[in-house]
Design a protein around this ligand. Structure first.
Ligand SMILES: [Zn+2]
Length: 167
């Protein structure tokens, strides 16, 4: 990886989020802004470390497994964060809008899958959060900024912070 701390191109975003740890860390900062992961099933903070390619953690209270994706609008899709995060990047950076055909081609998914992703991401933009409504999590300012008018700079600074933490 070079010295760049934020994706300038789609290819940068794809490369960056292909690392499960980077994708997990990025999402975790949004889902758990206080830095304390909580079980998606019972809300306990008594959880193990995230590990493996899917970045799975075990809750020490209810004994169930969870990932950062559970509890977000992306939970019910088998698509990995390595597809979702570049898709979000594409959508927030497409000044004139983007079609499901373009997203599909760019990410190597079918048009049908891309249409589903666009739909979910637009829903998240409407909600101002990727976190499902009705949970205990407040509408997230990081993500609001991420998707807002100044999305590019917020995106860069979020990522910059994450990249900084890693080194
Ligand atoms: Zn639990």
């Amino acid at each position: 990886m070079n010295e760049k701390s934020s994706p300038e191109t789609l290819q940068d975003a794809i490369t960056l989020f292909a690392d499960p740890l980077v994708a997990h860390t990025f999402m975790a900062a949004i889902v758990w802004p206080d830095g304390k992961p909580k079980c998606a099933h019972c809300g306990s903070a008594n959880v193990g470390t995230f590990s493996g390619k899917r970045m799975v953690s075990n809750c020490k209270d209810c004994k169930k497994q969870f990932t950062v994706k559970i509890g977000t609008l992306f939970a019910d899709s088998p698509l990995p964060l390595s597809k979702w995060l570049p898709a979000i990047w594409l959508i927030v950076n497409a000044k004139n809008g983007i079609s499901s055909y373009e997203v599909g081609r760019a990410l190597g998914v079918t048009q049908k899958t891309a249409w589903f992703m666009l739909h979910r991401i637009r829903l998240a933009m409407q909600n101002g959060s990727i976190v499902k409504m009705g949970g205990t999590v407040e509408v997230d300012e990081t993500f609001r900024g991420f998707l807002g008018a100044s999305c590019s700079s917020s995106f860069s600074s979020s990522l910059g912070g994450i990249m900084g933490n890693q080194n």
